[in-house]
Design a protein. Sequence first.
Length: 150
Amino acid sequence: MLPAKLFTSLAIVFAVLAGFAYLNPFQSVDTHVHGTYWVSGPGLVLLFCMVASANFAVLYYAGYRFFHAPWKRGLSLLHVVLFLCFAISFSIVFALSTRAANGGEAGAASGWIIVPWLLGMSSIVASFAVFAINLTLTVVHIVRTRFARQ
């Protein structure tokens, strides 16, 4: 139940931060790809993190409440920490890329953007892997207990 509460609180925090991002006039990134013009604001990263956190909260809650599945606490907390690392890293990436794309500092200083990007990408991949392992262990436990009763 703890991971569901942690992801719910993360979703609330990201929703509040996304609201602040839409209230403040932060710069956006303008991208032109194959004849399509995209404008990405800083709230999109936070909205993605909010939706993903709410999704994980529902999944953890449903597994605990409906299936009475014991999630592995260590793996669940590792999942929360890795997802939070992803959210922080990609917020930094967006802030640095927005600053560089809109005429801010360029050159060697914006070259360091690869570090939080790699950290964020590896964190989200590891987060999904940890969740998949935790889900697999939980499903195996559910199946074992169902067949042990018969």
